[in-house]
Each structure stands twice: as structure tokens, then as C-alpha cells.
Design a protein around this ligand. Structure first.
Ligand code: SF4
Length: 327
């Protein structure tokens, strides 16, 4: 770890002005991923700007949207009565992530900014295009059991590690970003990127921007919901495959449905073709099976992760069944 300067700020404006002064500066919120990256020499910021004292911890309903401040902790959101009532899929996904201790410290904005857990990315002796562009990808012909099966490139096959983000993309969330020229709002699905030939970039945040809040529409997708995470052990493990499923049912007819997968791509992976197939159909096992098969179009394994080609559709079917069966 290199020596770094520690700065503390209490407003969005001052945070941004401190950030733009130095391209080697980084924001510090919970630090649950950034400090690990610094200890391993993967990130070496010369300035850490502590943003924890900026008042961005609100969780409130504004019109037909729920606003969540970027500095609300993962546990504060998961345990909030409004979130449990209006966005239970988000609460479930958050509770599936990390450990209770980490959730107490990790923030919503930090969760969005966390980096892949690909082992080659964290080992500075190994080739990794994400850490050092042009150095190669150790995972392509190496240990890739945890890696992507959708949207991959020859540059990088890493997966996005968050659970929270999988629910947010399914719920049509928006992200509000503040920069030198004011605020802009983007769809959550457009926040993270596929690796393409720029794997060093995880998202579309600009160099002078800070995540300030999420805005999530209130909907009828509150009863038949399930976040199913398949992992190697029951807690504190990243997803091999996860599925966020939410269905609005009228009798057994699917009026609305949302599906997104984690552990399979460089960004939260929304299953739009499967959703379009299911809308207006009966919630039957056969229709769930067909939707899961549709979701697997263009899936590709890399050897050790070939098992995901079977695990992913089975997880989709099971998540839909569990969502449907909620009383
Ligand atoms: Fe690096 Fe991506 Fe390859 Fe992992 S998969 S070694 S993060 S380039």
C-alpha cells in the first residue's frame, strides 16, 4: 500500500471539486472493497476523499418513486420498513450479499462501484486486462469457474459481483449522478458496462461525478418476488448464478414480470426476451422452462464454468416457481 492523503468533506459540491483537482484521488465511503484493492496494490490512490459525512442517507418515497441516498448502508436499506413493503425484492437481494458486518458498513453507491472478484485481477503478478490493459486475460485459459457466460469479450470474461444491483436492474431503477455541471439521471441498466475492448472500465460514471441517489419506481411487483442466489456456501460467498424474479399475477395470468441474473456477465444481466415471452401467458412450469431456454440464447462457457450453462436456466425456473408460490 502506498502513502496517501486523507481528506474529509461534507457536501457534494466540495467532494466533486476535491476530486477534479487530482486524477489520482478516489472517494471513500464504506471502503469494504477499496481498502482490499489498496492493500493488494491493485488500486493506489494518492488522495482518499471521505464522503461519509455528506447527508446522502435518505430512504423516502417521493411521488411514485422510492429515493435511496448513495450513502445509505446496505443494512439500513435492507431493514427499512418502506423498502420491505414497497421493494421487497431489493431487501432480499441485499440480505443475500456479503456478511452482516460488511452490510453495516457498505453503502449503496459503494456496492454499485465494487469491482470484480476475478482472482487474476487481485494478483498483480498475473496478466489481467482490467487491471493493466494489454497484459492479457489470465482467466480465459485459466481458472474461470466463477466467470461470465454472457456478453463476454476476448479481453475479459469477469462478472459483476453485486447482489443488490441485480434487483435494481430488474426494478427499472434510475441513478442520479452529480458532476461539475449539475445532476444527470441515467437508467440503472446503463450504469454498468460490458467489457468489450475497454475492460478497465466497469461503468459509465464520468471522472468528475459522484453517485448521489437511486430512484426506484413503486410497482405492483411486491408479492410474487424471489431473489435466488446459488453459491458455494450459505453465506459470505459471491454468486455462481443468481436470479431476481418478480411477477404480477392475476389468477394465474402473468400481467408483468421482471427477471435479471447475476454471476453471469460483466454487468447485471436483464432477461428482456424471457420477460416478453412470459407477459400475458399462464404461470406454468412449461412456460417458465421456455422462458429459461430463451434466456440462454448466445450463452458461452469457457471450460471450468460450463456448468453454468445448466445451472443458469435451472435457477431461472426455480426462482420463478418460488416467486409464484409466495402467498
Ligand atoms: Fe482480468 Fe477480466 Fe481476465 Fe479476470 S477476466 S483476468 S478481470 S481481464
Amino acid at each position: 500500500m502506498i502513502n496517501f492523503q486523507y481528506l474529509r468533506t461534507t457536501s457534494v459540491k466540495s467532494a466533486i471539486s476535491l476530486l477534479v483537482k487530482d486524477k489520482n484521488a478516489k472517494f471513500l465511503a464504506g471502503g469494504t472493497n477499496l481498502i482490499d484493492l489498496m492493500k493488494r496494490g491493485v488500486a493506489s490512490p494518492e488522495k482518499l476523499i471521505d464522503i461519509n459525512h455528506i447527508p446522502l442517507k435518505q430512504i423516502e418515497q417521493v411521488g411514485n418513486k422510492i429515493h435511496i441516498g448513495a450513502l445509505a448502508s446496505n443494512s439500513a436499506v435492507a431493514e427499512n420498513a418502506l423498502i420491505k413493503e414497497k421493494l421487497p425484492l431489493l431487501a432480499q437481494a441485499l440480505e443475500a450479499g456479503a456478511s452482516a458486518q460488511l452490510r453495516n458498513v457498505a453503502t449503496v453507491g459503494g456496492n454499485m462501484m465494487q469491482r470484480t472478484r476475478c482472482g487474476y485481477f487481485y494478483d498483480t503478478e498475473m496478466p489481467c486486462n482490467k487491471r493493466k490493459p494489454g497484459s492479457g486475460c489470465g482467466a480465459l485459459g485459466g481458472f474461470n469457474r466463477m466467470h461470465a457466460i454472457f456478453g463476454t469479450s476476448e479481453s475479459c470474461i469477469a462478472v459483476h459481483p453485486s447482489d443488490m444491483c441485480i434487483a435494481l436492474v430488474a426494478l427499472d431503477a434510475e441513478v442520479v449522478l452529480a458532476g461539475r455541471k449539475g445532476e444527470r439521471k441515467i437508467l440503472f441498466k446503463d450504469f454498468h458496462r460490458l467489457a468489450g475492448d475497454t475492460p478497465q472500465l466497469d461503468n459509465n460514471l464520468k471522472a468528475d461525478e459522484l453517485i448521489v441517489r437511486l430512484e426506484i419506481p413503486v410497482s405492483q411487483l411486491t408479492k410474487h418476488i424471489h431473489y435466488l442466489k446459488v453459491r458455494d456456501r450459505a453465506s459470505y460467498a459471491f454468486a455462481l448464478v443468481s436470479v431476481a424474479a418478480a411477477i404480477e399475477l392475476q389468477d394465474n395470468l402473468i400481467k408483468d414480470v421482471r427477471l435479471a441474473m447475476g454471476g453471469v456477465a460483466h454487468k447485471p444481466w436483464r432477461l428482456t426476451a424471457s420477460e416478453a415471452f412470459l407477459k400475458g401467458k399462464q404461470a406454468t412450469l412449461e412456460n417458465f422452462r421456455q422462458a429459461a431456454q430463451l434466456a440462454m440464447t448466445n450463452a458461452k462457457g469457457y471450460g471450468e464454468n460450463d456448468f453454468k450453462l445448466k445451472l443458469a436456466p435451472n435457477t431461472i425456473i426455480e426462482a420463478l416457481n418460488l416467486a409464484k408460490s409466495k402467498a
